[in-house]
Design a protein around this ligand. Structure first.
Ligand SMILES: Cc1cc2nc3c(=O)[nH]c(=O)nc-3n(C[C@H](O)[C@H](O)[C@H](O)COP(=O)(O)OP(=O)(O)OC[C@H]3O[C@@H](n4cnc5c(N)ncnc54)[C@H](O)[C@@H]3O)c2cc1C
Length: 338
């Protein structure tokens, strides 16, 4: 393992922001990780995985550890299911492709989500009606403080909508080194209810889809819908769909009967942040090198060599405009590193 100084993180974040790290190390296994955590220069480290959920507002003075731990293996199985363990540095989509190749069902709806497997539990990644927690078995994490190893199950992680304990109480306390999922060998549960999956399958004349068909449909939809960070710097949905009380939703519906809203839990509704942004006149708005994508209102875009500061300033303007118009604060889904 090599420790580098003054490293550009441009290649390590999908916004393509040229933030600098004063100290940087990439670790390939748990031993290297523990070695670097014990290095006094790496006190209070900043962890980076696939860099697809980060906005570096400034250069980063904390030492950076790039988690690059590989390996996919089956650790247990019976006639119906397998428990698969994947290193934190495995690209999430590579794990989906591996599962499909082996005909293991459960994560096909999560195809093409950028980022690494070790980061997937942090915001409980989700798409097309499936969340990581639906297949989660447990994970292994190393304490940043004392390098001790821990196993955390679903209850420990307190998963929520784009949320987990790692985003809250456990933030900056652990490094996730591997994630274990329970996948189905047969009797796959085919989930085509959400988004345009069904429509896409009908278009292809598929009436009895396999997990591979579902993944292909999701990949097609995502490729048509979301800008590829390799071509246009972005970090997917920048802002979260807000969860709003029934009372507030009813009030908004009086004025905006077309407001897209979905029952959440109890007396709460999830409102479409994309709709709020569009109705605030911000969809497709561009200022210099930054803007909200013309087709995807929720996607903040780096059109050129925007700095982190420019991106964050523009995002804050979007938050303020929506708050003024609808009285709703949109929280970032992306980690803002100031
Ligand atoms: C085009 C695009 C589309 C997207 N679509 C979706 C989607 O459909 N659904 C969805 O849920 N998300 C989506 N995202 C967001 C992103 O894919 C997820 O948040 C992903 O889990 C981030 O993984 P990462 O490895 O890139 O994390 P990073 O950005 O590298 O890190 C995210 C956070 O985790 C911390 N961290 C990194 N590695 C570790 C570790 N091993 N242990 C502990 N902490 C760590 C970092 O310090 C940081 O705070 C999208 C992003 C893009 C760019």
């Amino acid at each position: 393992m090599t420790v580098l100084e003054n490293v550009s993180l441009k290649e390590f974040n999908t916004f393509g922001v040229d933030a600098k790290a004063s100290l940087f190390a990439s670790v390939k296994n748990q031993l290297e990780l523990q070695e670097v955590l014990k290095d006094p220069r790496f006190k209070n480290p900043f962890l980076i995985g696939g860099g697809s959920n980060l906005l570096f507002v400034n250069s980063i003075s904390r030492p950076v550890i790039h988690i690059n731990i590989g390996g996919i293996k089956i650790i247990d199985e019976n006639d119906d299911s397998v428990i698969v363990s994947a290193g934190a540095g495995i690209k999430w989509h590579d794990l989906v492709l591996w599962a499909l190749k082996n005909n293991y069902g459960g994560i096909e709806n999560l195809a093409l989500i950028p980022g690494n497997t070790g980061t997937a539990p942090i915001q409980n990644i989700g798409a097309y009606g499936v969340e990581l927690k639906d297949v989660f078995y447990n994970l292994i994490a190393v304490s940043i403080d004392d390098c001790s190893t821990h196993i955390f199950d679903e209850n420990d992680c307190e998963f929520g909508y784009r949320d987990s304990k790692f985003k809250n109480e456990w933030s900056h306390q652990y490094v996730i080194t591997s994630v274990r999922l329970m996948l189905q060998k047969n009797n796959h549960f085919i989930n085509t209810q959400y988004g345009a999956i069904e429509k896409t399958l009908i278009k292809k004349n598929i009436s009895n889809p396999s997990i591979q068909d579902v993944a292909d449909a999701v990949i097609e939809i995502r490729n048509n819908k979301l800008p590829n960070p390799k071509e246009l710097g972005n970090s997917g949905s920048f802002l979260k769909n807000p969860i709003v009380s029934k009372e507030k939703t009813d009030k908004l519906l009086l004025e905006h009967p077309n407001l897209p809203h979905y029952e959440f839990t109890g007396n709460f509704y999830k409102i479409s942040a994309g709709w709020l942004i569009e109705k605030s006149g911000l969809k497709g708005l561009r200022e210099g090198n930054v803007g909200m994508h013309a087709q995807q209102a929720l996607v903040l875009v780096n059109y050129g060599n925007a700095t982190g500061k420019e991106l964050w300033k523009f995002a804050q303007k979007v938050q303020q405009t929506v708050a003024q118009k609808f009285g709703i604060t949109l929280d970032p889904e992306v980690n803002i590193i100031e």
